[in-house]
Design a protein around this ligand. Structure first.
Ligand code: UD1
Ligand code: CA
Length: 464
């Protein structure tokens, strides 16, 4: 194998820990931030660095972790007993085909907001070890960075091993570090577990480096959230808010009107055209695309959908797996389910559910209707309470309406059935047979009238 003269980067992600404090049946690193697992965030960041290899150390519920990210080109390493971060990295680089001068970057699978930027700062450094540190007002629980008189980092001491004086240090170890492969192998092989936790501490390599007179470089992160690890669900929720705030701000910077950056949730990707406005309390999931001049009213949920230009989505509308061509008006309180497509100018009103149906150009379904498995032509009007009866208890059937069909209110269209163009359906009809072009179909009991009708009276004691 030929190797480039430039040293290569290898990433080791630690993800073997149990995550007891999450109190969950799910592995910690599979808990989600912004609709994606913490591990997925971490791996995306790693991949962005274009490393020669990525190795993930798994242990607790490792099978679930591995299958969640099975599609990525990752080398999975088992750590059956969690004997410390040093042990985990040791296993992580075992058998790694690397040159002495290659770099190994250690990431934590439970630190989801770490941006690529900070890592690039670490990566430019040529010191044998570079650490990512951060200042914390309350450093409890973290390893402290100890520096000598010349401000050089000489050691990291874990909270449980620290003296009272050392515990006052507020610069802490984020756990993320980069080391030269050749040195790392040598140091790791010398780790010992004579410490408060009886573990092999990765952090001990810092003292070994400084003991060898090798410079230890420290990059201090200016934002605590980027390097915060999740240990419990409070931290998970806090990081979720930070993540969402960042996304909302990015959207606003990019030209979207966001009514309140603190009340927007994007769990996936949201792309917005020019002059899009999003009101408060909206949730976007999966892949959502909004065209130019789209307006989304308050408290809407949009998942995996495309909303064409000029469309207005009114409050409390739910759109899932639908494509809206443009200039549509939807809601308030509308529900578009997967497989629905609105041609341009189609209008879906309140309490209307559309499923796996195409609604033609300029057609209107304005009130209290269910349209499922249907094809509706252009310029149709479906009156209030129109129901397609698409399900016979075993199979789904199709309803087909031509263009300019007028369906009177409270009509049931019992599928399979088709209605020709320009046909009219009288209100209250139950349509079970096909209707021809231009015809009027009425299928309801004819009204009868009984003059002078005497209403029934309540029985009284006198009657018995
Ligand atoms: C570690 C650091 C500490 C740092 C802190 C930042 C050491 C000795 N200490 O402490 O200096 O301030 O992180 O959060 O490195 N893991 C494994 N296998 C193991 C042990 C851990 O995969 O055997 C993984 C965990 O799943 C976790 C990460 O490594 O993702 C850190 O482990 P954790 O036990 O949280 O380390 P701390 O003791 O908090
Ligand atoms: Ca931790």
């Amino acid at each position: 194998m030929t190797r480039q003269s430039r040293s290569e980067l290898h990433v080791v992600v630690l993800a073997a820990g149990k995550g007891t404090r999450m109190r969950s049946s799910r592995p910690k690193v599979l808990h989600e931030i912004g609709g994606r697992s913490m591990l997925a965030h971490c791996l995306d960041t790693a991949e962005a660095l274009d490393p020669a290899s990525i190795r993930v150390v798994i242990g607790h519920q490792g099978e679930a972790v591995r299958s969640a990210e099975a599609d990525r080109p990752i080398h999975w390493v088992w750590q059956h007993e969690q004997n410390g971060t040093g042990h985990a990295v040791w296993l992580g680089i075992e058998g790694l085909d690397a040159a002495e001068d290659d770099r190994v970057l250690v990431l934590y699978g439970d630190v989801p907001l770490l941006g690529e930027g900070l890592l690039r700062e670490l990566a430019v450094d040529t010191a044998p070890v570079s650490l990512l540190t951060v200042h914390m007002d309350n450093p409890t629980g973290y390893g402290r960075i100890l520096r000598d008189d010349t401000e050089s980092v000489v050691r990291i001491v874990e909270e449980k091993d620290a003296t009272e004086g050392e515990r006052r240090v507020q610069e802490v170890n984020t756990g993320i570090l980069m080391a030269r492969f050749g040195d790392l192998v040598r140091w790791l092989s010398r780790l010992e577990s004579g410490n408060a936790q009886g573990e092999l501490y990765l952090t001990d390599i810092v003292e070994m480096a400084s003991g060898e007179g090798k410079p230890v470089h420290a990059v201090m992160a200016d934002d605590v959230w980027s390097v915060t690890g999740v240990n419990d669900r409070l931290a998970l929720s806090q990081l979720e808010r930070v993540y969402q705030q960042r996304q909302a701000e990015a959207l606003a910077y990019a030209g979207t009107t966001v009514a309140d950056t603190g009340r927007l949730d994007v769990r996936g990707t949201l792309s917005c055209g020019l002059d899009v406005a999003i009101d408060v309390g909206c949730v976007f999931e999966g892949d959502v695309r909004l065209g130019d001049n789209v307006r989304i009213g308050p408290h809407c949920v949009l998942r995996d959908c495309e909303v064409g230009p000029g469309t207005v989505v009114e409050a409390f509308t739910h759109i899932d797996g639908a494509v809206l061509a443009g200039d549509n008006r939807v809601g308030p309180y509308a529900r578009l389910r997967p497989g629905s497509g609105l041609d341009s100018r189609a209008r879906i009103g309140n309490f209307v559910e559309i499923k796996a149906s195409r609604i033609g150009e300029g057609s209107k379904v304005n009130h209290l209707s269910y349209v499922g498995d249907s094809t509706v032509g252009d310029d149709c009007n479906l009156g209030a309470g129109t129901i397609t009866c698409n399900y016979d208890g075993a199979n789904k059937h199709h309803t087909r309406l031509g263009d300019r069909v007028f369906v009177g209110s409270a009509t049931q269209l019992v599928a399979p059935v088709s209605v020709g163009s320009d046909a009219t359906i009288g209100a209250g009809s139950t349509i079970t047979r096909d209707v021809g072009d231009g015809a009027l179909a009425i299928a309801r009991v004819r009204q009868k009238e009984i003059a002078g009708w005497e209403r029934p009276r309540k029985k009284t004691d006198l009657d018995t």
